[in-house]
Design a protein around this ligand. Sequence first.
Ligand code: ATP
Length: 302
Amino acid sequence: MTVTVRVPAKVNVQLAVGPARPDGFHDLANVFLAVGLYDEVTATPADALRITCTGPDADKVPLDRTNLAARAAELLAARYGRSPDVHLHIAKDIPVAGGMAGGSADGAAALVACDALWGTGASREELLEICAELGSDVPFSLVGGAALGTGRGERLTPLEVGGTFHWVFAAADGGLSTPAVYAEFDRLTPHAGPPEADPVLLAALRTGDPFALAGALSNDLQPAAVSLRPSLKDTLAAGTKAGALAALVSGSGPTTAFLAEGAEAARGIAEALMASGTCRSARTATSPAPGATIVSGSATSF
Ligand code: ATP
C-alpha cells in the first residue's frame, strides 16, 4: 500500500516585510500564489523512518531527520501515539533553496500522505496546526491557490484569483539561505514600516489581468537577495528584455520569476533566458495551482 501526494511550489506576488520582532521573526504581509511546478511525495510502510529523493537537485536535499518531510511524519505520529515507521520518497522537481518553498511543500505533502497511509483521519485544522509548527510557508503548501499570509506568513486568508497567470522561473546556480537574506534585509532596512497587503495587487489577482498584476508585484527581500547575489540583476534584465511584463526575485531567491502575457510569450522568454547564459535553467508554469493532493493510493490503517 502506498500513497502519493502532489504538491506545488509558490511564488510571492507581494512580500512586505516588517521590522525584526523580539523573537527574531519578521511580521509579513505575504501574498502567496501556488504555481504548477510540483514535487511528489510517496509514503510506503517501512520498519523505520527513511527518506529517499530523486530529481535534478536531489543531491542537495538532506535525507536525515532535518528533512521537513521526516519532521512532518514525526509530528503526526507523535500526535497519534504511533511510531513514524514510513519510507518517504520525494520526487523533486521544485528547485532546492530557490525561494519557492520546496522543503515546505514536501512537509505538507508528507503530512497528507502519512495521514492517508495511517488512516489517522486528522481534521484539516489539525493538519494546518502541524504545518504551522513545521514552518511559516508550510500551511500555504497544504491549501494552495492564492492566500494572504500574515504573522510570520502562517495565518492564511484565501484569496480569489480570476484567471490563469503565465510565468517563467529561472533557477540560479546554488541556493540562498533564507535567514541570511533576512539578515541582509535588516542591515539594508533598519527602519522597516509595518507590512500591509496592497489593495491594487489583490484587485489584480481577482480580475486575473496580467498587466495589472505586473504593475503591482513587489518583494521587499529583493534588494537583499540582489545584494548577496549581484548576478541576479543580469537575469532580471535578460527576462525583461525578452518581453516579460515584470520580473522579480521569488521569495528569498535566488530563483527569479517573470510574468508573461500568455503561454506563447512565456515560452519565448524561457528560451531567451536559457540562451542568455544568466541562469541555470528556465521553465514555464501557470498559476494558480491546487494545494497538496493525493494522486494515487488509498487510506488504510494497520
Ligand atoms: P522558502 O521559499 O520557504 O524560503 P526555499 O525554497 O528557499 O524555501 P527549500 O528548497 O525549502 O528552500 O530548502 C531550504 C533548505 O531546507 C535546504 O537547503 C535544505 O537544507 C533544507 N530542507 C529540508 N527539507 C527539505 C526538503 N524536503 N527539500 C529541500 N530542502 C529541504
